[in-house]
Write a protein that binds this ligand. Structure first.
Ligand SMILES: Nc1ncnc2c1ncn2[C@@H]1O[C@H](COP(=O)(O)OP(=O)(O)OP(=O)(O)O)[C@@H](O)[C@H]1O
Length: 648
């Protein structure tokens, strides 16, 4: 609570300067196993530190390991990697808990339909604790928007496909804005300026570096302009995962000069550094600059030179000193509670569904057209033998195709999942609140579709009159659409690729439709696979049979002369419906299937969350080499002993 009071407007920052985060990494290595090649080192023995109120820039050619270094420091490496070395926070091995650090990735996964203000407000309500009043949360959101210079576009929609919205630089600033609402002490930014022009890059970086509050900032950056470069306090230059330079940014020019690579007059220093160490186009350079040292050798020379430099020893001493000083153990900050988060997520999702034409509105129009089509094709069916077939076909179309059309919402589900994964990884809220928000927000739309196009198709066809019959029909349609939506969200959670997801989702539904007992009557279904288990697990079976019972029970059909057949006989003989239980049991089974699907969704996102968060602990174990370095550089002290023994 006290911690939150500190971040309220006007009560910043001096205390935080003292409470800032010192991050050190020593002899850090990251490798991946690659089949055929074996193990590949991505980061090799990198040592460095980041201090409060400072901006450390990580530079290097593409593929030099900048993002991997950031991921390792933030505890976000994926499971295919192996990591060794030490990462200590304030001299301790500790977890980066929610609210103490934030990570802004390269890709902006934002909700395109929201305005800048809404995106930040909703995020503030999700992230800031309930002990804060709504007005305080709004104040913090507004202040952060101003800090990032977004006040002029506050009411502009973020935009995306087909809607221009805010610019790339503004999107980048918005992503940062959302992550710094909790005033994290440690901020990781993966290429915050990629894709931006030099002016936009400067404004983004200036916005970040102007942030007060003793924040420690580590940013990977590709090619900063001279103006942006002047904002850096420290600089880490990597090449193939090895350190070419680490130290004060303004001393890097001198380092290159003393090693025989002076920065030409009027050349941007960062361009010069990258040009000197970029090996990717060595052949071209060799052709153009015959007689020059190959870049591979230049890089090796600079790496060795750095290792024997005064700067390297200073870095080691600084790391050892920080570890010796120690500091506070970071405490996890509190969120909004589960109920608030569920309500906010439901509201945010409803707003998005309402504004995103592709989510439900386009589908609703198609449903109305299809319902009119069904109603006119099977208009006012009578009680002749022929109508038995017509009623069956109408039910089959509604259950199979009208639910199948939910596949059309898949792109929106994928976008929702991306936003969830980013926010969940950054600790904004848990999977339970997301599943609730996602489920509840879709219900009114699906109910509307079941009632409006459902009633058009039902009454034009002249199905059984009576309120109870229509409500049953609409309920089966509603639950079936919710089941298909759940199926597609499950697919989106596992297969986040748009095309593959549609193919998988459509394929699963196709199999279930085939085995549901309409396109082949149950007794004729091949026993293996189609009958057991597909016929029993296909939700279509219960939807077909429930709707058949709803429609045929109580009716008598005639051949037009004198033979009549009861609806019950049609159900038993023609459709081979299970007559041992009522249509309400079929509906209840559909509800159970829906709950199961939603539980599966919850399990998928929960398992994913567990895996990701398990990795978010600081996995450092002091390596033998770094223990020796630290033992050499540190005088014996109780804390020193504590660090060394705890981590071995
Ligand atoms: N999980 C992984 N499996 C295999 N290779 C990987 C993995 N992660 C990273 N790499 C490889 O490690 C190298 C460094 O990747 P990284 O993304 O850290 O570089 P980068 O400097 O951030 O590049 P860019 O500037 O292009 O984003 C690349 O060659 C990349 O292909």
């Amino acid at each position: 609570m006290e911690m939150w009071q500190n971040i309220r407007i006007g009560k910043v920052e001096d205390e935080e300067l003292n409470e800032g985060v010192f991050l050190t990494w020593n002899d850090l290595c990251v490798s991946v196993s690659i089949s055929r090649i074996g193990s590949k080192n991505i980061i090799e023995g990198v040592t460095g530190y980041a201090r409060p109120s400072e901006l450390l820039a990580v530079m290097g050619p593409s593929g030099s390991g900048k993002s991997t270094l950031l991921d390792a420091l933030a505890g976000r490496l994926d499971f295919s990697t192996r990591q060794s070395g030490d990462i200590l926070i304030n001299g301790h091995k500790q977890k980066l808990s929610y609210g103490t650090s934030a990570y802004v990735t390269q890709d902006e996964t934002l909700i395109a339909t929201l305005t800048v203000k809404e995106a930040v407000y909703y995020s503030a309500q999700l992230q800031l604790p309930d002990s804060m009043s709504k007005s305080e949360k709004i104040q913090i959101a507004e202040q952060t928007i101003k800090d990032m210079g977004l006040q002029d576009v506050m009411n502009t929609r973020i935009g995306g496909f087909g809607n221009k919205g805010i610019s790339g630089g503004e999107k980048r600033r918005l992503s940062i804005c959302i992550e710094i609402l909790t005033r994290p002490k440690l901020l990781f930014l993966d290429e915050p300026t990629s894709g931006l022009d030099s002016a936009a890059s400067y404004y983004v970086m200036r916005g970040i570096s102007r942030q007060r509050g003793g924040r420690t900032i580590i940013a990977s950056i590709h090619q900063p302009s001279a103006e942006v470069f002047s904002l850096f306090h420290s600089l880490c230059i990597l090449s193939s995962g090895r350190t070419v330079y680490f130290g004060p940014a303004n001393a890097a020019i001198e380092f290159f000069r003393t090693n025989g690579f002076p920065c030409p007059l009027l050349q941007n220093p960062s361009d010069h550094f990258l040009k000197t160490i970029n090996k990717d186009f060595d052949e071209d350079i060799e052709h153009g600059l015959a007689g020059r040292m190959p870049t591979e050798e230049v890089v090796d020379f600079l790496i060795n030179s750095y290792k024997s430099s005064e700067e390297y020893h200073k870095v080691q001493n600084q790391v050892a000193e920080i570890c010796q000083q120690g500091g506070e153990i970071l405490e996890k900050r509190s969120h909004a509670n589960f109920i608030t988060q569920s309500l906010v997520l439901t509201r945010r999702s409803s707003v998005n569904m309402f504004r995103d034409l592709g989510y439900y509105w386009m589908r609703s129009v198609s449903y109305v057209i299809l319902a009119l089509g069904l109603g006119t094709i099977y208009y006012n069916v009578d009680l002749s033998y022929r109508s038995i077939e017509e009623r069956g076909l109408m039910v089959a179309f509604v259950v199979s195709f009208m639910t199948f059309m939910t596949v059309g919402g898949f792109p929106s589900f994928v976008e929702d999942m991306k936003v969830f994964q980013r926010e969940n990884l950054n600790g904004h809220y848990g999977s339970s609140a997301f599943v609730i928000g996602n489920t509840v927000s879709s219900m009114p739309y699906l109910l509307l579709i079941s009632l409006v196009p459902g009633s058009i198709a039902y009454f034009l066809t002249g199905f059984q009159p009576g309120f109870e019959h229509f409500i049953y029909f609409a309920l089966v349609l509603f639950i079936s659409m919710m089941i298909v939506e759940s199926l597609m969200t499950n697919v989106a959670a596992i297969v986040p690729n748009f095309l593959m997801g549609i193919v998988v989702g459509a394929g699963i539904q196709g199999l279930m439709i085939l085995s549901g007992g309409f396109f082949q009557i149950p007794n004729e279904l091949p026993k293996i696979i189609w009958k057991y288990p597909l016929y029993y697990i296909s939700f279509h079976r219960y939807a077909y049979q429930g709707m058949f019972k709803n429609e045929f029970e109580g009716l008598f059909f005639t051949d037009g002369i004198n033979v009549t057949i009861s609806g019950e006989d049609v159900l038993r003989e023609k459709w081979q419906v299970e007559m041992g239980y009522s249509k309400w049991v079929d509906l209840a089974i559909l509800v159970v299937i829906l709950i199961l699907y939603r539980m599966v969704f919850f399990l998928i996102v929960k398992t994913n969350e567990k895996f990701v968060h398990a990795r978010k602990t600081s996995t450092s174990v002091l390596s033998k080499k770094s223990r020796q370095i630290m033992a050499k550089s540190l005088p014996a002290s109780p804390l020193h002993v504590d660090i060394l023994t705890n981590s071995s």
